[in-house]
Design a protein around this ligand. Structure first.
Ligand code: NIG
Ligand code: FE
Length: 390
C-alpha cells in the first residue's frame, strides 16, 4: 500500500505509481488529462473474476429449498434436475434474452470493481446451444467495457438425451463441438467437470487433450464433491488452473505445485453445498498460487460478490487478508492466463483500476458483503462511478 498514492495512466497502460505529486516532470499530467479523485479511498487493480457460469436462464430457488430439506445436490442431478434444469431453461431462451441476463450480471460485477471476467459455457450441452452461449460471450466482450475470457465447458454434464449413451456425448464434444468452437475462435480455455456425476478422469483426459491439441488452455473442475482425479489430471496436462479442490489430498497438492497449476478456490460453492473446505494452507505451503472466485452460477453459488468470497476465503478456508487480495487480483489473472498484464498496479500493466470508499484496504474484506466500488477504470477510461453508500 502506498499512503497518499496516485496512479498515472497513459492510453490503456499504467504509466506511473507512487506518492501523489512525486511523478517525474516528463510524466506530469497535462491539461488534457482526466483526473479521478479517489478521495482518500483505496485503489486496487481492477478485480479479476476468474471462474463464472453467468450465461444461463432460470432460477434454482426450488432446488435450494429441496436441498435445505435434506436432498443431495448430486442426487438431484442424477434425477434430471440441477445443471440439467438450467440447461432446459437456457436452451429455451433466445440469444437476446441470454445476452440481457448475462449483461446485467456483468454490470453487477463491474459495479463491484471487476474489470475482467472469465465466462464458461456449459448450460447448452448440445453443439447449437453451446456455440450460442459462446457467441453471447463474444458479443458482450465486444460491447465492453469489461474484458471477457471465454471458456468452453461442453463437458459440464451428460445431457438428458444422451444419458443412455454417454460415450456418444463425449464423442460429440471431442469431434464436433471442440473443432467448431475453435474454428469460430469462440474460446480461450476448455474446462471439464471431472466428477463422479459428470465425467471420469479418462473422459476428461480425452476431452482436454483434444482441446490442448487445438490450442486451447485448460481448466478443470476438480475434486469438488468426490476425488475423481481432476487435480492429478490438471497437473499431468499442464492446465492453467484447477478449480474447487475441496477433496484434494496431499499427493494432489504436490502435483499441482510441481506443475505450476493455479488453484481456484470457490468459497460460495463450498458454503452453498455445505462442503468441507479445501486445504488452502497446504496449497499455499506447497507454493501453489491460490485464486479466489465467486463461481457465479445458479446451482452452487448464486452471487456476484467477489469481495465477500475473499472474506469467506479467510474465514472458512484460512487464507490471510493478503492472500485474499492476491486471490482476486494477481493470482486470478494468472488463473486466466493474463498474469502480468492485469491484476497488479505497476508500470506497464493494463490501466484497470478499482476505487473503494474505505481508508484501510483490510476493510474490503472486513465488511461482510456488498461493497460497491466508488469508481472503476478500464483501459485508462473511467467506466463506472457511484456516489451511493458503501
Ligand atoms: O462450479 N460443479 C459444476 N459446476 C458448477 C455448478 C453448476 C450448477 O449446479 O449449475 C460449479 O459448482
Ligand atoms: Fe464452476
Amino acid at each position: 500500500m502506498v499512503a497518499g498514492g496516485a496512479v498515472l495512466c497513459a492510453g490503456d497502460r499504467i504509466a506511473w505509481v507512487g506518492t501523489d505529486g512525486a511523478w517525474p516532470e516528463a510524466l506530469a499530467p497535462g491539461p488534457g488529462c482526466e483526473v479521478l479523485d479517489a478521495a482518500g479511498g483505496v485503489i486496487t487493480a481492477g478485480l479479476v473474476e476468474c471462474h463464472t457460469h453467468i450465461v444461463f436462464a432460470g432460477s434454482r430457488a426450488g432446488e435450494f429449498a429441496r436441498r435445505l430439506a435434506g436432498e443431495d445436490y448430486a442426487e438431484i442431478l442424477r434425477q434430471g434436475g440441477g445443471i440439467l434444469g438450467t440447461v432446459r431453461h437456457t436452451r429455451a431462451a433466445s440469444d437476446g434474452e441470454l445476452r440481457a441476463l448475462a449483461r446485467a450480471r456483468l454490470e453487477s460485477l463491474l459495479s463491484r470493481g471487476v474489470t475482467t471476467v472469465e465466462v464458461k459455457s456449459g448450460y447448452g450441452l448440445d453443439a447449437e446451444t453451446e456455440l450460442r452461449i459462446l457467441r453471447v460471450v463474444r458479443d458482450l466482450d465486444r460491447e465492453g467495457p469489461w474484458d471477457l475470457v471465454p471458456t468452453f465447458l461442453g463437458a459440464h454434464t451428460v445431457p438428458a438425451e444422451r444419458r443412455s449413451d454417454r460415450g456418444r456425448y463425449v464423442d460429440e464434444v471431442v469431434e464436433e463441438m471442440l473443432p467448431r468452437v475453435v474454428g469460430e475462435g469462440l474460446a480461450r480455455f476448455c474446462d471439464v467437470f471431472c466428477e463422479r456425476e459428470a465425467f471420469s478422469a479418462a473422459e476428461s483426459r480425452r476431452i482436454l487433450t483434444r482441446a490442448r491439441d487445438l490450442g486451447l488452455g485448460l481448466k478443470v473442475h476438480a475434486e469438488q464433491i468426490t476425488r475423481a482425479g481432476g487435480a492429478a489430471l490438471a497437473a499431468e496436462l499442464g492446465a492453467t488452473s484447477a478449480d474447487h479442490l475441496e477433496r484434494v489430498e496431499a499427493a494432489d497438492v504436490e502435483a499441482l505445485a510441481g506443475a505450476g497449476v493455479t488453484a481456484v478456490l470457490l468459497p460460495g460453492a463450498m458454503l452453498f453445498l455445505r462442503s468441507a473446505a479445501p486445504p488452502a494452507r497446504a496449497l499455499r505451503g506447497a507454493g501453489v498460487r491460490v485464486a479466489v472466485s465467486t463461481d457465479w452460477n445458479p446451482g452452487t453459488s448464486p452471487t456476484p460478490d467477489l469481495l465477500l468470497m475473499g472474506t469467506l476465503g479467510c474465514l472458512a478456508m484460512g487464507l490471510t487478508l493478503e492472500e485474499a487480495l492476491a486471490g482476486i487480483t494477481a493470482h486470478a489473472a494468472r488463473a486466466v492466463g493474463l498474469e502480468g498484464d492485469r491484476g497488479q498496479v505497476r508500470i506497464g500493466a493494463r490501466a484497470d483500476l478499482a476505487v473503494f470508499r474505505v481508508t484501510d484496504w483490510r476493510e474490503l474484506f472486513y465488511a461482510l458483503g456488498h461493497r460497491p466500488a466508488s469508481a472503476v477504470v478500464k483501459d485508462g477510461r473511467i467506466v463506472f462511478r457511484s456516489d451511493g453508500p458503501s
